[in-house]
Write a protein that binds this ligand. Sequence first.
Ligand SMILES: Nc1ncnc2c1ncn2[C@@H]1O[C@H](COP(=O)(O)OP(=O)(O)OP(=O)(O)O)[C@@H](O)[C@H]1O
Ligand SMILES: [Mg+2]
Length: 310
Amino acid sequence: MTVPAPAVPAPGATGPGPTGVLFSVEHVTLRFGGVVSLSDVSLVLHRGEILSVIGPNGAGKTSLFNCLTGVYTPQEGSIIFTPKYGRPLSVIGRKPFRVNRAGVARTFQTSRMFNALTTFENVKIGAESKQHTGPVGAMLRLRRTRREEHESDLKTLELLRFVGLTRRANELSSSLPYGERRRLEIARALGTGPEVLLLDEPAAGTNPAEKIELAELIRKVNTELGVTVLLIEHDMKLVMSVAQRIVVLNFGQVIAEGSPAEIQRDPVVINAYLGSAETDDPVDDGGAGNGPVGNGPVVGTSSDAGGDGL
Ligand SMILES: Nc1ncnc2c1ncn2[C@@H]1O[C@H](COP(=O)(O)OP(=O)(O)OP(=O)(O)O)[C@@H](O)[C@H]1O
Ligand SMILES: [Mg+2]
């Protein structure tokens, strides 16, 4: 049995580094009535890298993810996803499931799982997403259906092993501690065989030990599976330890971009966001976030401003 492969082999598997453009976002503006969530946002995600998007609550981070995944349709700009093999896809106006099939997977800011299902069943939903058998095939138990069922069982087991949840396979997902739920969600997203994984505050609500495990898992997703990672996170220690590049949003605008070292000493970023943010020790706020809040250097809890749009 092998580790579930991404939709296509990504060069990141042999080490991170820019090896082509995966997402190209140009001049994207997203409005909700009078609220401008994203204002003339341009950025590039290179194939094989771990890019983090940081910024205060309400800065537009989740809105950006929703635009990249087809959930929101910006009024202006362009978003092009270029898979390793296959034609570039203009994301704007595409249905989210089409964007997902093209190789873009995500997790959500607020934990989403089927609480009445086991860990195994939750992950299997992701692993089954590319099956060809329809409901009729399932009813008739065609040979192909049985083969696909077997394959998704194996894939699910491998995903559980990959994220370290094998021993939890038969437990109800609702019984898992928060850090394990977050890893379950990553496993489910990986089940779709993505080229890129978008993680929206994966460490929110986790304790310091869980944050360390999560950082290791994110690196492993990138280096072992070759999956490009776009990470929204308020925990600066986690961000600085895994991201190769950082983009900073504030009031819907990109205010800085650079390496973790560059971002940490950027006066504009310090003033708008980092301020008194904790960067040396893992923060355990026991809640749904742990970063600076609002548009000033205040440490507090994150909210679900704007939600995930689903
Ligand atoms: N569906 C929506 N309807 C109306 N306004 C929205 C919607 N989605 C987002 N917004 C607004 O867009 C702005 C950016 O919200 P968004 O959720 O993207 O911020 P964020 O950076 O993810 O914040 P947080 O760190 O709190 O998660 C906010 O003012 C929010 O209220
Ligand atoms: Mg958000």
